[in-house]
Design a protein around this ligand. Sequence first.
Ligand code: TYD
Length: 410
Amino acid sequence: MPSKPCRICGDDTLHPFLDLGEMPIANAFLTADQLRQPEYKFRLRTGFCSHCLMVQLIDVVDPKMLFHDHYAYYSSISRVMDRHFAGLAELIGESLLYDRELPLYEIGSNDGILLEKLARWNPNAVGIEPSTNVAEVARNKGLTVVGEFLTPALANELAAKYGRAQLVVGGNVLCHIPDLKELAKSLDGLLDEEGVFVFEDPYLLEIVTQLAYDQIYDEHVYYFSVSSLSRLFESHGLRLFRVQPIPVHGGSMRVFGCRAGSRRPTESSVGDQIELEQENGLGAPEAYTVFAERVAQSRQSLIDLLGNLKREGKRLIGYAAASKATVILNYCGIGPETLEYVCDTTPTKHGLFTPGTHVPIVPIETFAADYPDYAFVLAWNHLKEIVEKESAFASHGGKFITHIPTARVV
Ligand code: TYD
C-alpha cells in the first residue's frame, strides 16, 4: 500500500517505520456504561520523511475529538513540572522580555501552571486554550484565556486587540498541532518584529535512544528533531536561534526562535545539535527501522516480566493513568487479567477505565490502603518523583517496575 504524503512538505517520501496497532484515543477514559459500547480506534503508525526529515503520525485524529470540554490532562499534577515551569518563567522574565507594554501569549495554557508565573513578569499575559474545562481553571486564577484553537485569523484578532507579542510560548503543544503551516502563519501574525517564540516538545533523539515509544500517541502528531524543526521554520520566514535540551517528559528540547530578519544571532547550540542528530543517523530511514525492531523487543520484555510475576502469584497494579499508559497497555496487550487497577492522582479519572484495555482507575489512596507486590509505573517520566514520594511502599516490601528501554524491577 503506498504511504500517504508527508504532512509538512507534501512529498511522497514518507517511510512508514512503526505500527503500534489499532489504538483508542489515549485520554478517552471510559465510564462503566461505555465499556459495552464500541470504542473509536485508529491505526497508530509513524513515518519518517526523507525529504524534510519530519517524523510524524501517518493517520491523525481530528483535534476536536482530543481537546474539548472534558480534557483529562491537568498540567498542575506534578511538583516537578511546577518547578520546571517556574524555571522557564524566570528565564523568560529575566532574559527574553524587553518591553513591559507588549503582551505575551501562551499557546495551550492548560490550567495556567505557566501562565500564572508569566503573569507575574508581564501583566499582559494571554493564554490560548481550546480545552474549556482546563481553561476555566486558569480563568479562576484571574488569568486571561482565549478558549479557542489558534488560527491565523485568531492571531490577527489578538494582535489587534492586545498588541503584537514580544513572546509566544508553548510547553508540549507544538507537536499537538497537525497543521504547522497554519501555526507558522499564526506566529507571523502574532510576533512583534523582535519577538521571540519558545517551544518545548518531546525530543526525537531521546525517544529513539531511550526507546520511548509510548510518547507516540494521537495527540503527538510530530516527533521533532532540531534538523526538522529548523527547516520547517526557515521555510516560513522564521529561524531557530538557540536550542536547549531539558529533562521533562522523559527528554524534551526547548527551542528559541525569532523572525528570520531579527537582530538576534543564531547561537552555536543549533548547529551543534543538528550535527549530533546526523551522527545518530536521524537523517536517514535506517535509524527508524532499527528503532522499530528494538521497540518490539522492549514490548516482549515487558510481556515476559509481567507474565512471570503473575505466574508466581504476585499482585500487580499500574501506577499513573497517563496517556502513555494507554499506548503501553494496548500495544503490549495488558489488561485487568494482569493489573488489578491503575491508581492516579487526577480526581476526574477516578471511577473510569483505561481506554481499550478496561482496567479500573482508582484514587492513589487505594494503593497505600492495601499495597500490592508490584507497581508498574505507567508514566516512566515521573519514575523518580513517584519512587521518592512512595517510599513507604518499598518499606512494606513492594517493588516498582519500569519498562523503558526494557522491562525491569527497580
Ligand atoms: P504525564 O506523563 O505527565 O502525562 P501524559 O502521558 O498524559 O502526557 O502523566 C500524567 C498522569 O500521571 C496524570 O494522570 C497524573 C499521574 N500522576 C500520578 O498519578 N502521580 C504522580 O505522582 C504523577 C507525577 C503523575
